[in-house]
Design a protein around this ligand. Structure first.
Ligand code: PLP
Length: 364
């Protein structure tokens, strides 16, 4: 199937980007900012690219209110690299780390961390197929743990932490891949916030790591240079060639966010979009959302009809209407509408209209 126009793309990632960002990139594709060349063709050591990466960092610091004692790194290797890089760098004292497992990504992160030390799952919601966020308190963590790890928003199961756990002096590490910049966050509550860019920022290939400075510099000698936060920080993310084009697009997205009124304004819009969709699902006879109400994600709305064949029919018919990528993750099936920052309210309205029509046609 092909489309003449752009579709409403509900993909969980890589996902929809703001049209303004894509159009600006298109205009600048062959000649960026009077340089006479594409960003793809620029030396990463050039003044032109230096301005791009520095502006991107400055804008990110501004929109996320990142304190001065945090470094911002633009790395490669995606989320999976951070699953290893976090323990490689932070399991430096007791070599103990406590993981809260609320979905597949946190589970995978905990498994990877076991290669480096004593990674313990202190709470999990796997008993109910990750449809809720377990309540934890400070007493649940080992006092000498090097860090506590969470996945802030569970892209596959459609849940999010309604509030972040209190860990006292133990650094809290958060995977924010699918919710970064969707709502305001107190960065100072975290030791590390990291996020792959391909959900809410830009193309795959860039991973943003926001790390408190006092946590840098403890990777053992044997750590590969590319996995040592200190080497990356000391070299301003340019130890080797960074993912230049991805950083450029991320920078354009940060500027777009500023034009939208910042993260707070986007959050208000995100609440509205998610609320509309969950309200309709809760009122319908055909669809149900399995996640506990207080833990529902604003970014990834998971729902089912309870009939696998009906789910498949839904996804196929929606696609024919230009509402694409509504199938749930291959591990759980059903439906998932990812409604990141770039999804306009009109896209959610169009989805709800389609859902109503589909319900009317299929519920007797
Ligand atoms: C997509 C995703 C990942 C995996 O990212 P990769 O870049 O594919 O390694 C990890 N965590 C979360 C929350 C995600 O949404």
């Amino acid at each position: 199937m092909s489309f003449e126009e752009r579709v409403y793309n509900f993909s969980a990632g890589p996902s929809m980007l703001p049209l303004e960002v894509l159009e600006q990139a298109a205009r600048e594709m062959t000649n960026c900012n009077g340089s006479g060349m594409s960003v793809m063709e620029m030396s990463h050591r050039s003044a032109d690219f230096k301005a791009i990466i520095e502006t991107a960092e400055k804008d990110l610091r501004e929109i996320l209110n990142i304190p001065d004692n945090y470094k911002v790194l633009f790395l490669q290797g995606g989320g999976h690299m951070q699953f290893a890089m976090v323990p490689a760098n932070l399991m430096s004292n007791s070599k103990k780390a406590d993981y809260i497992v609320t979905g597949s990504w946190a589970k995978k992160a905990a498994k990877e961390a076991k290669k480096f030390g004593d990674a313990k799952v202190v709470a999990s919601s796997e008993d109910k197929t990750f449809t809720y966020i377990p309540k934890v308190s400070k007493e649940d963590f080992r006092e000498d743990a090097d860090y506590v790890y969470i996945c802030a928003n569970n892209t596959i199961y459609g849940s999010k932490f309604p509030e972040y756990p209190e860990t006292g002096d133990i650094p809290l590490v958060g995977d924010f891949s699918s919710c970064i910049l969707s709502e305001e966050v107190d960065v100072s509550k975290f030791g590390i916030i990291w996020a792959g860019a391909q959900k809410n920022i830009g193309p795959a290939g860039v991973t943003i790591v926001i790390i408190r400075e006092d946590l840098i510099g403890f990777a053992p000698e044997s750590t590969p240079s590319m996995m040592d936060y200190k080497i990356m920080a000391d070299n301003d993310s340019m130890y080797n060639t960074p993912p230049t084009y991805g950083i450029y697009i991320a920078g354009l997205t940060f500027q777009w966010i500023k034009r939208q009124g910042g993260v707070k304004a986007l959050y208000e819009k995100n609440v509205k979009k998610a609320q509309m969709l969950y309200d309709y699902i809760d009122s319908s006879k055909l669809y149900t959302a399995p996640v506990a109400k207080e833990d529902r994600s604003l970014m990834n709305v998971v729902f089912v009809t309870g009939d696998e064949a009906m789910d498949k029919k839904f996804v196929a018919e929606a696609k024919a209407q230009g509402l694409v990528n509504l199938g749930g993750h291959r591990s759980i099936g059903g439906m998932r509408a990812s409604i990141y920052n770039a999804m306009p309210i009109e896209g959610v309205e169009a989805l709800i209209e389609f859902m109503k029509k589909f319900e009317a046609e299929n519920v007797k």
